[in-house]
Design a protein around this ligand. Structure first.
Ligand code: HEC
Ligand code: CU
Length: 377
């Protein structure tokens, strides 16, 4: 018979296998794009499993309810002479449709509660880090454990040209940062979140953390990454116009690499902690300022100092750069899209101010760290 030949034919089976493979591939592609990222901590794995579990239950209920509904509509249609029954109140049915959902809810609530309780348990952490949300960057302070005392700002490192579409977008477009949060693998990290201006939210889904950062309050969360690598997140609370431009990158390293990183950070810190009253020479300030500029200013004002007018003004030939009080003022308080740089140290500010005064054909001059110390008041 034609039909059985069709189903048994080798080419039909091969086609079937191909179709299944293609569907699986498409499924995997869609999964990696739209699903949660692959988990890299036990918490994240729990959350992932819960998500799948709930989705399966909801999917089954969906199929069941709509199946019964469409079957009934089709089976008891008017054209077949169906007549509506008119009974009222059926105790058995009512008990069944109360008890079954109740059991389903309990089934869902048990594992969910277990995971939520685990997420809130921030006790016995190896490391405590404070994350502060600013419009629009993150500040990190290592406040307890190995690395205590380290602190830095982390902001988007995606070049303006990529955002504006003048350059092709690279792999970590809008996820790369000037400096990632570095943590050791397999250590419990307690994260304290707060904010400086508006509500932000610190989250890295692969690590199973997401916690609001609220001005005037502290909240905490924790994670223990069990894989070495870089994990990306972002601010998850609409916090103003550059909300989309405050990514988070967590670099998980081995215990030895973490110790090395702490040592280098400490050296940098020691260098920064130079006597604040010290009078710096112009070349010292310019050299230091070059680094500060690359790390903080270049994204907007460009390496050339020409900016991207009209959005980001050129520092070359700028009247504000030439006028020291105005320069102090704009660096400390910001202006419109120009962020405040209060978070930098006096030495860094003096250095970058001197650097811009002496670059891009500007006329020169020196701004001492002490000038900033006085201007801050
Ligand atoms: C997020 C982008 C951004 C970053 C990063 C940034 N700026 Fe700006 N900057 C601006 C914008 C926008 C203005 C224009 C502000 C206005 O006048 O409305 C500006 C203005 C200035 C001006 C005044 C220029 C003029 O002639 O009006 C100076 C000086 C300046 N920035 C220096 C710096 C320095 C130094 C840094 C690094 C510590 C820095 N900026 C980092 C965006 C940025
Ligand atoms: Cu934010």
């Amino acid at each position: 018979m034609m039909k059985s030949y069709f189903f048994k034919a080798w080419w039909y089976r091969a086609l079937l296998v191909l179709l299944v493979l293609a569907a699986g591939n498409a499924g995997a592609a869609v999964r990696s794009r739209y699903n949660l990222p692959p988990p890299a901590s036990d918490l994240a794995r729990d959350i992932y499993a819960l998500h799948d579990f709930m989705l399966i239950i909801c999917g089954a209920i969906f199929v069941l309810v709509f199946g019964v509904m469409f079957y009934s509509i089709w089976k008891h249609r008017k054209s077949k002479g169906a007549v509506a029954a008119n009974w009222h109140e059926n105790t058995t049915v009512e008990i069944v449709w109360t008890v079954i959902p109740f059991i389903i809810i309990i089934l869902m609530a048990l594992p969910a509660t277990r995971t939520v309780v685990a997420m809130k348990d921030t006790s016995n952490a190896d490391l405590t880090i404070k994350a502060t949300g600013y419009q629009w960057q993150w500040g990190y302070d290592y406040i307890r454990g190995e690395g205590e005392g380290i602190g830095f700002l982390s902001r988007s490192a995606t070049p303006r040209a990529q955002i504006e579409g003048d350059e092709p977008k690279t792999a970590n477009y809008l996820s790369e940062v000037t400096e990632p949060l570095v943590v050791p693998v397999n250590r419990k990290v307690r994260l304290i979140t707060t904010a400086n201006d508006v509500i932000h939210s610190w989250g890295v889904l692969a690590l199973g953390v997401k916690q609001d950062a609220i001005p005037g309050f502290t909240r905490d969360a924790w994670f223990r990454a069990d894989q070495i690598g870089t994990f990306y997140g972002r601010c998850y609370e609409l916090c103003g116009k550059d909300h989309a431009f405050m990514p988070i990158a967590v670099q998980v390293v081995s215990a030895e690499d973490y110790t090395k990183w702490v040592a280098t950070r400490r050296q940098a810190l020691a260098a920064l902690a130079d006597d604040p009253a010290k009078v710096w020479t112009q070349p010292e300030l310019i050299a230091r300022g070059d680094k500060v500029y690359q790390a903080n200013c270049q994204v907007c004002h460009q390496a050339t100092g020409l900016g991207v007018p009209p959005a980001f003004p050129a520092l070359a030939g700028s009247k504000v750069v030439a006028n020291t009080p105005e320069l102090l003022q704009i660096l400390l308080n910001g202006k419109n899209a120009m962020p405040s740089w209060k978070g930098l140290s006096d030495v860094e500010l003096g250095a970058v101010a001197t650097h811009v005064k002496n670059s891009y054909g500007n006329k020169g001059g020196v701004v001492q760290p002490t000038d900033f110390r006085l201007a801050r008041k």
